[in-house]
Design a protein around this ligand. Structure first.
Ligand code: COA
Length: 190
């Protein structure tokens, strides 16, 4: 089971101050000129996260959760929102829609062993393919490196080319291992 699913314990890591990561914010300009804020997840993002799931296709949900998951229990929601920014770091991507900032996806890592964290990404379909996944990886990896992590790992479905490409293009030494319909990806951060 993935560490990015509710119910998994996290493991301690030597870290950059969680309080710094908790305030993380950066502005990105996409190739089409659109502005996206990549910032730390906040507890008041709850409604936006649930709305983003509702706007995601079955394929995107399956690729993220390995099942078509639209309804989450309270403990599951707590898991996704209760981020300590040390062993569990979550960033969201925010764009303006009708003059209002809206969370359109995000990425997170969960430390699974000292020095090693598992990452997972999800974006609403209409915002995929614009470089936001690549930007999320860049920012998440930068936080992970500052926190002293050495490796990011991920479990990716073999047909999930966009996710595999984001990892390939991330600029980190990458290894993959295929096992039981899952590709295990490892990125060396240092
Ligand atoms: C996987 C995901 C996070 C990727 O983010 P994204 O913003 O769509 O990807 P980007 O636009 O940053 O693409 C980065 C690179 O991937 C490749 N890529 C992206 N979409 C692609 C597609 N549909 N087909 C082929 N290559 C693609 C491109 O090479 C692109 O680089 P380029 O823009 O320089 O050409 C996003 O598509 C998503 O949320 N998918 C659903 C959930 C999911 O699969 N989660 C993964 C769980 S670990």
């Amino acid at each position: 089971m993935s560490a990015n699913q509710p119910g998994m314990a996290t493991h301690g890591s030597p870290s950059m101050k969680g309080s710094e990561a908790a305030k993380y914010s950066a502005l990105e300009t996409l190739r089409d000129g659109r502005r996206v804020e990549i910032r730390a997840l906040r507890p008041d993002d709850r409604a936006d996260l649930i709305a983003a799931v509702a706007r995601s296709s079955a394929q995107s949900l399956y690729r993220r959760f390995f099942e078509i998951k639209r309804h989450f229990t309270e403990p599951e929601i707590e898991f996704f929102l209760n981020v300590d920014f040390v062993d569990h770091v979550a960033l969201v991507a925010v764009v303006e829609e009708n003059g209002r900032p809206v969370v359109i996806g995000g990425a997170r890592y969960v430390v699974v062993q000292p020095g090693k964290a598992e990452v997972a990404f999800a974006l609403i379909d209409q915002y995929q393919g614009h470089g936001i996944g690549a930007a999320l990886l860049r920012h998440l990896a930068s936080i992970a490196r500052s926190a002293g992590l050495e490796e990011l790992i991920a479990e990716v479905l073999p047909d999930n080319i966009p996710m595999l490409k984001v990892f390939e293009k991330g600029g980190f030494p990458m290894t993959t291992r295929h096992e039981f319909q899952v590709v295990h990806v490892s990125l060396r951060l240092r």
